[in-house]
Write a protein that binds this ligand. Structure first.
Ligand SMILES: Cc1cc2nc3c(=O)[nH]c(=O)nc-3n(C[C@H](O)[C@H](O)[C@H](O)COP(=O)(O)OP(=O)(O)OC[C@H]3O[C@@H](n4cnc5c(N)ncnc54)[C@H](O)[C@@H]3O)c2cc1C
Length: 397
């Protein structure tokens, strides 16, 4: 993309990383995405390439073997990857969130144990809050972990674990008995080690299989059933029972910037496809791009791409500067995902009948974009977060 979605003030290292990733996306992801997606096949070679580039350790501090890069670098990398194929960004997203949580909230022992192997991609993270009966209402979690001495016993069903089968570490949010009045203060985050794969992967832990999805294929999304699963108290994140809600929300906050970045990537690709197609396809004696109705669509799409990118970059930079960014991350996620759905839809229309053909990339983007309206909190939940933050800030005297 020559003109749109540029980012001012990047360091030489950031520019170098992005150029390498863009090259990888153009050569190794875009040419294979359509076939892999239609086959619902895990992108094994692409993931191996990302491991080689060190992307699993992009934000992990150098002392633990990572590249020590910022949230902004990560978000710009994700934008590029999602431009190629959103599922590939899904492979690293939950990993990145779990690595962030371990780095921010883990004990020294947990950091030393997990981060070096997370940096190489040997340990790969999944993130588990949602259950069959709840997604938005996190504080209502039913999965229970009962303590008996140095061990907890976990019972309950989890839903929608992205990378549930392909990961070997789950950040799990469960209810413990802390005796706190507020429901969210009785939630605890656990680091659950498990082998990759499906079926009963450990005594008392079953990963039943992949959930069939309309898009976001290739990457596995699963359930997880805990039935008398035993886990040591040393696996409580940060050794701090009752702090799980705050730990997971911190993870979700960086996750929201990442979802905004994914939406930007898909919107950029939808625009690229549309602007190219509109110059090739001729009707009534001229390229359709020369009909003002189509040219104006392109202008509006590009403006949305640009606006979403700027808001996403702003939210990432705010978090990198150490400031609270819940409102800005919510705004970026809300705007980028809604614009992504609109831009994708317009690109689809510009493609005419061919947009409905599986031969054209836009049909895949049309199935991917809706997920971004839901994942890491729906648009309604973003509006709730944004309005609460605003009312806090603009409290009337
Ligand atoms: C492909 C996929 C991958 C996922 N990956 C993960 C993952 O890795 N880990 C994980 O933990 N979860 C994951 N999720 C779950 C996802 O986070 C939830 O689906 C999402 O948070 C919405 O929750 P829900 O589906 O239970 O919808 P609900 O919470 O039941 O919401 C249903 C509708 O009601 C609206 N609504 C709910 N409450 C309110 C309110 N207070 N005010 C106004 N409107 C409201 C919602 O906006 C929505 O429109 C994934 C989901 C999908 C589809």
């Amino acid at each position: 993309m020559a003109r749109l979605a540029q980012t001012a003030g990047l360091t030489d290292i950031q520019r170098e990383i992005l150029a390498t990733v863009k090259d990888f996306v153009d050569k190794e992801i875009i040419p294979h995405a359509q076939a892999l997606e239609h086959a619902d096949a895990y992108p094994t070679d692409i993931v191996a390439g990302m491991r080689e580039m060190g992307l699993f350790g992009l934000t992990i501090p150098e002392e633990y073997g990572g590249l020590g890069e910022s949230l902004l670098t990560y978000a710009l990398v994700v934008e590029q990857i999602a431009r190629g194929w959103m599922s590939v960004s899904g492979v690293i997203n939950t990993h990145f969130i779990v690595a962030h949580m371990v780095r921010q909230h883990g004990t020294d022992e947990q950091k030393r144990h997990y981060l070096p192997r997370m940096a190489t991609g040997e340990v790969r993270g999944a993130f588990s809050m949602s259950e069959p009966d709840l997604g938005s209402d996190v504080a209502a979690i039913k999965t229970r972990a009962r303590r008996d001495g140095d061990t907890y016993t976990v019972d309950g069903a989890k839903m929608w674990l992205t990378n549930g089968g392909s990961s070997n570490l789950i950040a799990l949010l469960a209810r413990t008995d802390e005796g706190a009045e507020k429901p969210h203060q009785n939630l605890t985050a656990f680091l659950v080690d498990k082998p990759e794969g499906f079926g009963e992967v450990a005594p008392g832990l079953t990963i039943p299989g992949k959930i069939e999805k309309m898009g976001y294929k290739g990457v596995d999304t699963t359930e997880a059933v805990f039935d008398g699963y035993r886990i040591g108290a040393d696996k409580v994140l940060g050794g701090a029972p009752g702090k799980g809600f705050a730990h997971m929300m911190d993870g979700v906050e960086v996750g929201r910037v990442n979802v905004a970045a994914r939406a930007c990537g898909i919107a950029i690709r939808a625009f690229e496809l549309a602007v190219d197609y509109a110059q090739q396809r001729r009707t009534f004696g001229k390229p359709i791009a020369e009909h003002q109705a189509i040219a104006f669509k392109l202008a509006e799409m590009a403006t949305k791409v640009e606006a979403a990118h700027l808001l996403m970059v702003n939210a990432a930079r705010l978090k990198d500067s150490g400031q609270r960014n819940d409102v800005e991350a919510g705004m970026a996620k809300l705007l980028a995902s809604e614009y992504c759905a609109e831009v994708t839809q317009e690109s689809f229309r510009i493609h005419g009948g061919y947009g409905y053909s599986k031969e054209y990339e836009i049909e895949r983007l049309m199935r991917e974009a809706p997920f971004l309206l839901i994942g890491e909190g729906t648009s309604e939940i973003q509006k709730t977060i944004i309005s609460r933050g605003l009312l806090r800030e603009y409290k009337s005297r």
